[in-house]
Design a protein around this ligand. Sequence first.
Ligand code: NAD
Length: 242
Amino acid sequence: MPVLTDMPLSRLSITILTGAGISAESGVPTFRDALTGLWARFDPMQLATPEAFAREPRLVWEWYAWRRELIAKAVPNAGHHGLVELEARAGKLVLFTQNVDGLHARAGSRALHELHGNIFRSKCVEDGGLVGDELVRASAEVPPRCPRCGAKVRPDVVWFGEALDERILSAAMAAARACDVFVSIGTSTEVYPAAMLPQVAKSSGARLIEINPQPTPITASCDEVIAQPASRGVAELLSRLV
Ligand code: NAD
């Protein structure tokens, strides 16, 4: 298969954006997959909002508690591990993930930014201050209460309609502008502002590569599309960067 760029990997600056698809092979369902069992009749897009938490805090908390349990049992797959290898071999690599599952960190990625937070952290709904896991687990109330002010505690994730952390977003924009190669993996590129990143990279002159078994809104503007599940797609990416 042809190499993806003439520049040697050891000098290449790579920015990566990942989404739920890279964790699908670890058994973590994407939001677009139909959910099974207990939660099949709920739409994740409706539960992952500040309005849903305000209206039905118990329901939303319990849904996240169920997802936390599912994710705690999952392990990183070959896609996550392949990106760790790529980071070791690339001139520079920075990884931005929309996932809240912590699997990239568990695999060993180092230059990693979680755009949408982390499901294993909790925070006060009022002041955003973090609330420790022990307090959350020990709480008899659902959702737990903030030990400082008594307000409800929520997962420290970015819900639909909420703003991203300014510093992480501007680091992502800068990395998209500065890289030689931008790789979008397992994301539908429909959730903004993260979905802007591939476009910013492309218009700044980067080669744009997508790994996704399904086409997305950015597919047509990509320089290379690897239409494979993430595990095989990342292996192919590694073999085509030399
Ligand atoms: P998405 O659900 O919108 O899209 C998933 C994408 O992954 C699709 O384009 C699909 O074709 C692709 N895909 C499915 N299986 C794949 C595989 N094996 N390999 C590669 N690609 C595969 O997900 P999104 O774009 O990340 O956006 C949804 C939002 O939901 C994000 O904000 C994210 O925070 C949140 N979310 C996170 C998790 C997680 O942490 N694992 C899971 C579900 C949703």
